[in-house]
Ligand binder design. Structure first.
Ligand code: PSV
Ligand code: MN
Length: 427
């Protein structure tokens, strides 16, 4: 199903005067501090986040999975769902595919359907963490790091095939996340596991077109619990440097041990020109894959503080970043959840754009610690919702995306069209 522009315009009518009042008030306040609100709104309008094809159905835990009904049963349905999110928010203009969960059988038709919804294809993702029924070797003991050359080659070939799927769709990057690791001391020769992985990644890297980029994700534990071959950003960076200048580290916010200072990692990777992009989500304990900004919105803001600074001061020419959500939805309607994530991301970005950089720099130079905190928190505590809403409205989105989604009874329609018991592919 598709949302018509006229439905959004009609919905917005009822909210417009209230929104205008809030926006005008904030605009006047910010203008007093010399902030160019138009500039910020324009930046927010440009900011597009890719939606993962595997996050459109109900997620599950190893204890259970509760269907929400009307889940997308095919890649076409998934594209339509991202189209719905994009129509309402105007900030989800891309979709990221995981192979083999979502194989585009007819690339041209898939491309056209996406383009009809205003979407392009972001990074393609390989999967060597599950065995497929038609594969020769098992990944039980690893893939790119495996002790057996045959298994490594199979995993390399899979990644090459993923690149081919991506080329047909117009993707420009591949994201590699490895479940490879060991669960017991002594199981792995750490050096050999690293070296096998490096050589395997180099071969995949060489298969990429010259204008492609490789994103290497890291994760400290799960599914292996003693060691992961790529546990942290340092290892990912070393592997990226070992591949070439088009290989970058990808930061998934849930892939850190508790209390890790992610914003500092972001700052250093950007300085090195090796930050590829993000998998946005939020967590309380581990890779919880919760809605962005639902647990640690201040952390998200501090990350965006580094991103804004890093993008404005970019000596190593870090290429434009790939923004993506990687979340799972066990309780909420995935489309509502994703719209909440998008909103949280844009709010954090808007707040970071408000930071008085000159004042911060001079406070830092003077070691005026209290002032540094005041400056950051003045931005963080500004209610920037009218800016994000205005950006969305100007682009043709809904003033209240979830309100509009509910008023248009989208989930109910999807259930009628697709049925109550369909299950989407993914984790
Ligand atoms: C692994 O936990 C991960 O974050 C990687 O990005 C995978 O591709 C994705 O989740 C699978 O759901
Ligand atoms: Mn991820």
């Amino acid at each position: 199903m598709k949302i018509k522009k006229s439905q959004i315009v009609a919905f917005n009518q009822g909210y417009l005067s209230d929104h205008n009042e809030r926006f005008d008030f904030l605009n006047a306040q910010l203008a007093k501090s010399g902030i160019n609100v138009d500039d910020i709104v324009e930046k927010l309008r440009q900011f597009q986040v890719a939606i993962p094809s595997w996050a459109l159905g109900a997620g599950g835990t190893r204890f259970g999975r509760f269907s929400i009904g009307g889940e997308p049963a095919s890649l076409e349905d998934k594209i339509d769902d991202v189209g719905i999110i994009h129509a309402l928010t105007q900030s989800a203009g891309a979709i990221s595919l995981h192979i083999p969960w979502d194989i585009p059988e007819d690339a041209q038709a898939v491309k056209e359907r996406a383009s009809d919804c205003g979407l392009v294809f972001d990074a393609v993702n390989s999967n060597t963490f599950q065995d497929q029924s038609d594969q020769q070797h098992s990944y039980k003991f690893g893939s790119l790091c495996h002790t057996d050359q045959g298994v490594r080659q199979q995993a390399i070939d899979h990644n090459k095939a993923v690149i081919e799927y991506g080329k047909a769709l117009g993707s420009k990057s591949i994201t590699v996340w490895l479940a490879d690791g060991s669960s017991f001391p002594g199981q792995h020769n750490f050096r050999k596991a690293f070296q096998h992985t490096q050589v395997s990644l180099q071969e995949i890297y060489r298969a990429m077109p010259a204008d492609w980029r490789m994103f290497i994700e890291y994760k400290p534990y799960e599914p292996n619990f003693y060691s992961m071959v790529i546990p942290d950003w340092g290892t990912s960076l070393a592997l990226a440097e070992g591949c070439g200048e088009n290989a970058h580290t990808l930061v998934d916010l849930g892939h850190h041990l508790p209390n890790t200072n992610i914003e500092q990692i972001v700052a250093v990777l950007l300085m090195k020109g090796r930050l590829g992009g993000f998998h946005f989500n939020d967590s309380k304990y581990g890779d919880d894959d919760l809605t962005c900004g639902s647990i640690k919105p201040y952390q998200l803001f501090l990350i965006f503080n580094e991103l804004v600074y890093g993008m404005e001061n970019n000596p190593a020419n870090n290429p434009p970043l790939a923004w993506m959500i990687d979340a799972s939805h066990n309780l909420k309607d995935p489309l509502e959840d994703l719209m909440q994530s998008l909103d949280a991301i844009l709010l954090a970005y808007a707040q970071a754009l408000l930071i008085d950089r000159e004042a911060l720099e001079s406070a830092q130079m003077e070691n005026d610690v209290s002032r540094c905190q005041e400056i950051l928190q003045a931005a963080y505590r500004t209610d920037v919702r009218p800016l994000v809403t205005e950006a969305r409205r100007l682009s043709g989105g809904a003033i209240d995306p979830i309100g509009c989604y509910r008023q248009l009874a989208i989930r109910e329609t999807l259930i009628q069209q697709r049925g109550r018991n369909v299950i989407a592919t993914g984790l």
